[in-house]
Structures are given as C-alpha cells and as structure tokens.
Design a binder for this molecule. Structure first.
Ligand SMILES: N[C@@H](CCC(=O)N[C@@H](CS)C(=O)NCC(=O)O)C(=O)O
Length: 224
C-alpha cells in the first residue's frame, strides 16, 4: 500500500504556485500528523503549455482582466502581498534547473530555496532569468562555493534533461495543463490530479482529512 502523498509540481514563474507552496508549508504539521507526505517538484510551466497545447491565461484579454481581481483575492486569502513585476513573464528555465539540481544534490535545501526564489521573483521583483539575480538569491541559502556548483550544474545536459523529463511526464502522463499541478495518492493505491491553489478542500476530501474551510459561519447576529 502506498502512503498518502501530494506530489506538487510548481514553477516560480507562477503566482498560483507561490500561493499553493505557502499554503502547503503553513499546513505541513497538520499534513504530517494526518500521515500525508508532500513532495515539491520543479517543472517548466512553458513546457507544460507547449506539451498540453495550452496557452498562459493572461494571453486572453478577458482572463488577464479577471486575473487582476483574482490575484488580489488570492493574496488576501493566502496572506501574501505583492505586485506583478514589470518584467513578467520570464523564461524560468534557469531557476527551475537550479531547483532540479538542488532537489537531487541538496534535498533538505529545496523548500528554503523555493521560498527564496518565490520571494525574489514576486516580492522583490528580481528577474531570475538573469544569472546575476539567480546567484544573489542562491546566496541567501548556499555558500559562494555551493552557488558556483549549482550554477554550473544548471547548465549540464543531465539537469536540463531532468527538468524536461519531469515536465514531459507531468503533462503527458499526469494530465497537467498548468501550474500548480498536483498528483495525489489516496493511500489506498489510487491517485488523482488536482489543478490550482483553490482546490485544497477537494484534496482534503479525497485524502479523507477533516477540514473546516469553506464552511459558512452563520447566521450573523443582528443581520437576520
Ligand atoms: N484557479 C487556479 C488558477 C491557476 C492558474 O491560473 N495557473 C496558471 C499559471 S500561474 C496556469 O497554468 N493556468 C493554465 C490554465 O488556467 O489553463 C488557482 O486559483 O490556483
């Protein structure tokens, strides 16, 4: 029997991946006590779009206009505050390859690095497609020597192939058409996909974890 597990496929170029990452980390103790393992897995969202035939939502003007409301609401809900950087979107291959290497070579540093990269991109508006910005962010988690090692590894065929193989697997085998994408194992030998940072209540039902989110509190005294 497989354990209950959430495979979380995320890219730092995706604000919705940032929301999902923060939420899962905030709830890590509760998930652990419910016997659910969480694995964060770097993917290249641009590659998922190409492979699935999808287009980024902001390329459709109506979705771009709506996303301004949705983004503000999500930030309030998840307790984050940032503006979309002027350079958005970026080609996120460099930071995602660094993460793919760190996952292999320094697995205990993967979550801290995701956190620093998300903050660098969204809160501090550092363009992580530029090597100097990526190096500066890496230095918040690693020594100078390790940063050189990670930057060199990100240029190797092995790491390039690792990121593209994961990206291909999640889109072709696990049905992904965007990020964050989740492949969730129910602990009974089955697994299902979930898309987005706004589907955790369905995920908790699927995993049979008690939760209170989305319960209406009422009636409000004096209002009825
Ligand atoms: N409703 C989802 C939206 C997530 C979303 O729009 N993700 C973007 C990347 S940041 C994407 O890949 N979208 C593909 C699509 O909507 O088809 C959420 O709240 O998390």
């Amino acid at each position: 029997m497989q354990p209950k597990k959430i495979e979380a496929y995320i890219d730092i170029v995706s604000a919705y991946s940032y929301y999902a990452f923060s939420y899962l980390r905030k709830n890590s103790a509760a998930l652990k006590s419910a016997g659910v393992e969480v694995e964060f897995i770097p993917v290249f969202l641009g590659g998922i779009n190409v492979s699935s035939g999808n287009k980024p939502p902001w390329t459709l003007p109506a979705k771009a206009a709506y996303s301004r409301y949705d983004g503000q609401r999500a930030q309030k809900y998840f307790g984050l505050k940032f503006n979309v950087p002027g350079f958005f979107p970026i080609v996120s291959l460099l930071p995602q390859r660094c993460l793919a290497y760190v996952k292999k070579a320094h697995p205990d540093k993967l979550e801290p690095l995701f956190d620093i990269f998300f903050q660098a991109m969204w809160v501090h508006h550092h363009d992580l497609s530029k090597p100097n910005s990526t190096k500066t962010a890496l230095l918040k988690v690693f020594t100078g020597e390790q940063v050189a090692e990670i930057m060199a590894a990100a240029e190797t065929d092995e790491i390039k192939k690792t990121l593209s193989a994961t990206t291909l697997r999640v889109s072709q085998d696990l049905g992904a058409f965007g990020c964050p994408w989740f492949w969730v194992h129910d602990g009974k030998g089955h697994a299902e996909p979930f898309f987005g940072s706004d589907r955790f209540h369905f995920m908790w039902d699927y995993l049979e974890i008690p939760h209170t989110d989305l319960e209406l509190v009422g009636p409000v005294p004096g209002k009825l």
